[in-house]
Design a binder for this molecule. Sequence first.
Ligand SMILES: Nc1ncnc2c1ncn2[C@@H]1O[C@H](COP(=O)(O)OP(=O)(O)OP(=O)(O)O)[C@@H](O)[C@H]1O
Ligand SMILES: [Mg+2]
Length: 225
Amino acid sequence: MSRRYLPNIIITGTPGCGKSSHSQNLVSHIKESIGKDLKHFNISDIAKDQKFIESYDAKLDTSIVDEDKLLDYLEVALEKGGIIIDWHCCEIFPERLIDLVVVLKVDNSILYDRLKKRNYNDLKLQENLDCEIMEIILNEARDSYIPEIVIELNSNDIDELENNVERIALWIENWLNDHKNGVTNELQPAESESELEREGEEEEEEREQDEEESNEEMEHLEDLE
Ligand SMILES: Nc1ncnc2c1ncn2[C@@H]1O[C@H](COP(=O)(O)OP(=O)(O)OP(=O)(O)O)[C@@H](O)[C@H]1O
Ligand SMILES: [Mg+2]
């Protein structure tokens, strides 16, 4: 069974919220503070470099990534650990390989200014502002991972960025202390056990139901006799 000795962290949020800035800062911070090498995976760049782009949405001026190819490519690296995934999508990564999901939040007027500087077309700009208002990515994260590993952090100014990086760095140091023998890349034993228990309970219920049904049939037959 393979294990990882450094955690994998997703830094996600609406385009322009500060994912890449946080990821770069975090990698340098961890190198300086504890001398560990984390790897920053900017997924949009990787998808372009590795030619994982499946199609292009002209209206929204955005590339659609072939997620299966991307995951095949990333799996080995994720099993080694120490990866900072920087992408606006978070739901495709297997839960067993993810230790923390950071969702960055930004006030709409600030996001508007950041995106306006990028000369996004009106539709793309509005789409992204709506995405932030409706907390689409936060909801995706909550739907895809257990609540204990999803955190939401504000990213409106530099002070918040620095505080966030320090908080995540502290979380990494605690993780290392708590997992001196690493963690398994397979499904957590607790999950497997509870799944088995659930399956066992379902089988038991089915057996009881079958028994009840056959008793009823017997009674029915007896009545007929
Ligand atoms: N917390 C922050 N305080 C001040 N400026 C920030 C903050 N976060 C990001 N920025 C600025 O906003 C811009 C967008 O940041 P960044 O490129 O890190 O966002 P992103 O989430 O990676 O965007 P994309 O999804 O498009 O890759 C950059 O100019 C960056 O300097
Ligand atoms: Mg970025």
